[in-house]
Write a protein that binds this ligand. Structure first.
Ligand code: GFB
Length: 310
């Protein structure tokens, strides 16, 4: 990838895509292309094909997806399966039709079996049943990995896939029904502090373990992989540090400055008990995350305040 390469970031308004766009610009790439949904609807195959034919991107980051937390995933199975298949099929097929040099597909750690051994090695894909709360999303992401591998095998395309762990950072979704846990906790603790409420209600038992990665670290890893990785084997992208949801709530409460009590709602799902990536493949290439969780939460809270609490 050269400073003058034409690079298309699909999904640039989302958490991952916006971080990739920022990182590419920070590193001096001068021709970063983005399109809003109104300009190119990624669900529309013809529109996507037309865009690729006109704009002729050379490098493509597939960060566009229908995403959401545990509740959104379990209540909208059709949207999570169909929209994701559609978006990735349109992008990957158009990339092939127009001779894109290299494409990076972004998956998710939920592709792994619910009860796979931990930490999750790339080899554990398709070795057991998926976590039911996000199997629709996971099936779409597995199909995306396989599509990249299939184009590589049949047509020699340099398409690679990266599996990020749970992400957070600027431009996150703070909708309480649809969001992931970290933005949800930031909003809940912030609003409880402002309103002087005595309790914050969190979902599930608080016992599940999750690994978190700041989206700026993710973007650094993805640009690094686009430049230095060209294997059929997809690759995990995580921080290697996990925390219980209960401890995460304590940490968010501390950063926000909330003095009240945290209670747990057992009627809400826990999801998979543990989801820690084995990042040894990526770390062996020489990449390491830079933002630890307490600093990252503080940065995310600043972003939340800038956007919603001015
Ligand atoms: O981040 P999250 O929604 O998704 O939830 P997953 C993680 C854990 O936090 C679960 C608990 O055990 C939730 O029960 N939790 C506690 C909360 N309070 C809250 C809250 O207020 N909101 C939310 N959302 N959770 C997602 C998948 O799984 O992980 C996606 O659904 C994707 O497909 C993503 O793969 C990375 O980590 O369980």
């Amino acid at each position: 990838m050269e400073a003058s390469s034409r690079i298309y970031v699909a999904g640039h308004r989302g958490l991952a895509g916006s971080a990739i766009e920022r990182e590419l610009k920070r590193q001096g790439f001068g021709q970063v292309m983005t399109r809003t949904r109104a300009e190119v609807d990624l669900l529309d195959g013809l529109a996507v094909r037309r865009f690729f034919e006109e704009a002729r991107p050379e490098y493509v980051f597939v960060a566009a997806a229908k995403v959401g937390g545990i509740m959104a995933n379990s209540t909208q199975p059709a949207a999570f399966l169909w929209e994701n298949l559609q978006i990735q099929n349109n992008l990957i097929h158009s990339a092939w039709m127009t001779g894109v040099k290299k494409l990076l597909f972004l998956g998710s750690s939920c592709i792994y079996p619910k009860l796979a051994p931990q930490p999750l090695r790339e080899e554990y894909l398709l070795t057991g049943p998926l976590e039911p709360t996000n199997e629709w999303y996971a099936v779409a992401k597995i199909a995306g990995i396989k599509l990249c591998q299939a184009f590589r095998r049949q047509h020699g395309c340099d398409y690679i896939s990266a599996m990020p762990t749970n992400l957070y950072g600027p431009n996150d979704n703070y909708d309480l029904q649809g969001s992931h846990v970290l933005p949800a906790l930031i909003r809940k603790f912030h609003e409880a502090k402002i309103r002087g409420e005595k309790q914050v209600v969190c979902w599930g038992s608080g016992r599940p373990l999750r690994e978190f990665l700041h989206s700026d670290d993710l973007a650094r890893a993805l640009v690094f992989l686009m430049r230095h990785y060209s294997e059929e084997q997809f690759i995990n992208v995580g921080s290697g540090v996990e925390i219980t949801i209960r401890d995460l709530a304590t940490e968010v409460g501390r950063v926000v400055g909330y003095q009240g009590e945290t209670v747990w709602d057992p009627t809400k799902p826990d999801g998979t008990p543990r989801k820690l990536m084995d990042n040894s493949r990526l770390f062996a290439l020489g990449w390491k995350p830079e933002i630890d969780l307490p600093s990252g939460i503080a940065l995310a809270y600043e972003d939340f305040c800038r956007r919603f609490a001015a």
